[in-house]
Write a protein that binds this ligand. Sequence first.
Ligand SMILES: Nc1ncnc2c1ncn2[C@@H]1O[C@H](COP(=O)(O)OP(=O)(O)OP(=O)(O)O)[C@@H](O)[C@H]1O
Ligand SMILES: [Mg+2]
Length: 289
Amino acid sequence: MKLSVHNLTKDFGGKLAVNNVSFSLSHGVYGLLGPNGAGKTTLMKMMVDILDPSSGEVLLDGVRIKELDAGYRDKLGYMPQEIGVYKNFSARKFLKYIAALKGITGKTADEKIEELLDLVGLKDVGKKKLGGFSGGMLRRIGIAQTLLNDPKILILDEPTAGLDPQERIRFRNIISELSENRIVLLSTHIISDMEFIAGEVIIMRNGSILKIDTTEKLLQEVTGKVWTAVVSHSELNGLKKQYTIGNIIQRSNGIEVRIVGNQKPSFPCETTKPILEDVFSYYFGGNVL
Ligand SMILES: Nc1ncnc2c1ncn2[C@@H]1O[C@H](COP(=O)(O)OP(=O)(O)OP(=O)(O)O)[C@@H](O)[C@H]1O
Ligand SMILES: [Mg+2]
């Protein structure tokens, strides 16, 4: 299975939200990463055929999705950035309703719903009304809903937004489990999510693709370009003017800074093993995401 985007562009009255983007996805988890307004949601909406491109096309195994139409939608699970739910519905009733909309009814629907409630850890609260659910529980219902038709292509727009650390781990694990034999594309602002689940990362900025690579390759690229030093507050202010500063950690003996750049800084510091956040500091100047 191959999902390709060819020269995809969306022009919102002069604003190029997505600008001539091309790439191909095959099995695995792909992370779409970029700052606010980069064009992630617009790109995803075109990929799930709820927004028409200004130009370019999306192809599944070489066939335009517009031609495949319902045949494409049957293979697709989409979780929008804003999940709308019916607050007075219980979790089970909501899933049953969405299943019916997708043409899944009767015993097949009931069995699938129980399986999914179990997968997302909401079996015990299946009778509870969605109005009383936390943000994380709603995200989990959102993913269960997306999975009702057992889609082979999953497009998830910020599925981990607003989750607490425990829920984030649970979610990552669910996605990793699902990724076998599927194409999963998920957007996030949370770089550490990428480090754990995405095989490949698509970095987007101002409507364009800046980089597509495996996390390993991205890390390799900044190997030898990340340094740490412990400095004072006033030294830090000076460094900020000269270097790209990554993470700053308060230590008992001062402030530990990570500096990312092509040249070794001209003060005492040591090279360190890069983390994915350093890659983004390198490309975005340390303060964009
Ligand atoms: N319907 C619209 N009409 C006009 N401009 C739009 C519309 N939708 C999005 N845009 C603009 O297109 C650009 C990309 O928006 P988009 O929502 O795709 O970004 P994003 O990467 O998903 O951002 P975020 O991280 O905040 O979700 C932004 O500048 C946005 O203001
Ligand atoms: Mg968005």
